[in-house]
Design a protein around this ligand. Structure first.
Ligand SMILES: Cc1cc2nc3c(=O)[nH]c(=O)nc-3n(C[C@H](O)[C@H](O)[C@H](O)COP(=O)(O)OP(=O)(O)OC[C@H]3O[C@@H](n4cnc5c(N)ncnc54)[C@H](O)[C@@H]3O)c2cc1C
Length: 430
């Protein structure tokens, strides 16, 4: 069957490895090579793609909840949206959540995802109390912070084995609503100043107009906030709309993106404005449109996300935004986040600094532009996020990830490199 992830590029022929329980999975894995777990396919590129993939959504039971400690034990195929629907009405929420709730717990661990609160709360692995991983030998091993298996698996892109279940810590909330403040900025300098000014608030993210030029480069809307204290826990999932077919690829061009960006920017009042909005609107604005990835056309798209060290972030982003603006490519989705400290996981993406993510439709010349951006990212000491990547070269990748040799040695030691591989790991020699 045809398989692709969220960017719909590449599309490959792949075979699912069906199983009905852990024992059958062990047997099937024993007789196979070149396998990769597949969560909910919300990574953008080729990290979950291989000739044979292990569908994880079939393992989706919640197993236990320790109300005293706020610890949920669940199978790895449970979606974050399922956790939210079950637990927000009881006053619990995820400690760390990315910009979509439509990912599995296993996928969240394997990419060690970050959210809008990375500067204060770190990556998803911070809330993973323990997990069990099915190794190539057929052994199921439990691990926690401090174990090498834990630090290789969190951010390890499914290359150390199959995460079967996990125990994750939730946090207490007293509302399903967020008190959001929107700060309109007129330049990259103002955007940076606003991030620093509001850094005490737990959640922050900025939308940037990537088409802006001259001294307006980096202007945008910073959204910051925290949970309301109104004791309103009546969480319901809103109806979503669907993009029913592929948009023609030409519909997304320099003019349409610039027009959208102008409108989006101008709908916000100058200075600071405040609104109380639902957590879905704050954390997951895109989830209300099913199949929004079709907006980029049949050829698909890719997301380019990098992080630069804090000292270099202003100069680096200024340079990179100039290159993007000059190219006339880019998207209405350009998201800037402030990261806190890096963790000790071998392949986790964040480091202290600023991270920008942008969508690009797949079209002629796009990879040349991204190669040029790679050079700037390396020049400023940054790195590229594997969960979004579909094309980065081995050398660029290696320069950004200092623990890569430890990761390779660990895979080799346990025969993981002979069993678990993706298109991405083959390309990067992981
Ligand atoms: C709209 C949108 C917004 C996003 N926002 C963010 C964000 O803010 N921050 C962020 O960090 N990411 C973000 N992402 C990326 C997304 O969170 C990650 O790619 C996540 O890993 C996807 O999880 P999944 O369950 O869909 O896994 P898949 O996409 O299916 O797989 C991703 C990786 O996880 C591995 N994997 C999956 N399940 C298992 C398992 N059980 N055991 C071992 N390995 C496994 C796969 O092999 C693969 O390497 C966003 C994606 C989208 C579409």
């Amino acid at each position: 069957m045809k398989l692709s992830a969220w960017g719909r590029f590449p599309v490959i022929e792949a075979r699912p490895l069906h199983y009905s329980g852990a024992q059958e999975l062990i047997q099937k894995i024993y007789g196979s090579t070149s396998l990769i777990p597949f969560g909910n396919g919300r990574s953008y590129g080729d990290s979950a793609l291989a000739a044979t993939y292990i569908p994880m959504r079939t393992r989706a039971r919640m197993l236990a909840f320790d109300e005293q400690a706020g610890l949920l034990t669940c199978e790895a195929g449970v979606l974050l949206s399922e956790v939210i629907t079950a637990f927000v009405p009881k006053g619990w929420f995820l400690r760390i959540t990315p910009g979509t709730k439509l990912i599995t717990v296993g996928g969240a661990i394997a990419s060690d995802v970050h959210g809008k609160n990375h500067h204060v709360a770190g990556c998803f692995s911070e809330c993973v109390h323990s997990m069990s991983v099915l190794l190539p030998s057929g052994e199921i091993q439990s691990c926690a912070k401090g174990d090498e298996l834990f630090h290789a698996t969190c951010g390890g892109m499914g290359l150390t084995g199959v995460i079967l279940d996990a125990r994750i810590a939730l946090c207490k909330v007293s509302s399903k609503n967020i008190e959001q403040r929107t700060i309109k900025t007129r330049s990259l300098r103002e955007t940076f100043e606003a991030f620093e000014q509001y850094a005490a608030l737990p959640y922050s993210v900025a939308w940037i107009d990537c088409m802006a030029k001259g001294d307006k480069i980096g202007k945008g809307l910073l959204k910051v906030g925290d949970f309301a204290t109104d004791n309103d826990l009546r969480y319901t999932v809103k109806n979503s709309i669907s993009v029913c077919c592929d948009f023609p690829s030409w519909a997304l061009n320099k003019n349409s993106i610039s027009a959208f960006n102008r409108l989006y920017y101008h709908q916000a009042p100058a200075g600071e404005s405040r609104h109380r909005i639902s957590l879905d609107d704050f954390f997951y604005p895109l989830d209300c449109i099913n199949n929004w990835n079709r907006l980029y056309g049949k050829a698909g798209f890719t997301q380019y996300q990098f992080v630069l060290p804090k000292d270099e972030s202003f100069a680096g982003l200024n340079e990179i935004l100039k290159v993007i603006s000059r190219s006339g490519k880019g998207s209405f989705l350009a998201v800037l986040k402030l990261f806190g400290m890096a963790n000790g996981n071998y392949l986790s993406f964040p480091m202290e600094g600023y991270s920008l993510a942008l969508d690009f439709k797949i079209e002629k010349g796009i990879f040349m532009l991204l190669d040029a951006l790679d050079r700037q990212v390396l020049r400023y000491g940054g790195r590229i996020y594997l969960a979004k990547d579909v094309r980065v070269g081995r050398e660029t990748f290696e320069q950004g990830y200092p623990h890569i040799e430890k990761f390779r040695a660990f895979r080799e030691k346990y025969g993981m490199n002979a069993k678990f591989n993706s298109l991405q790991s083959d390309r990067l020699g992981l």
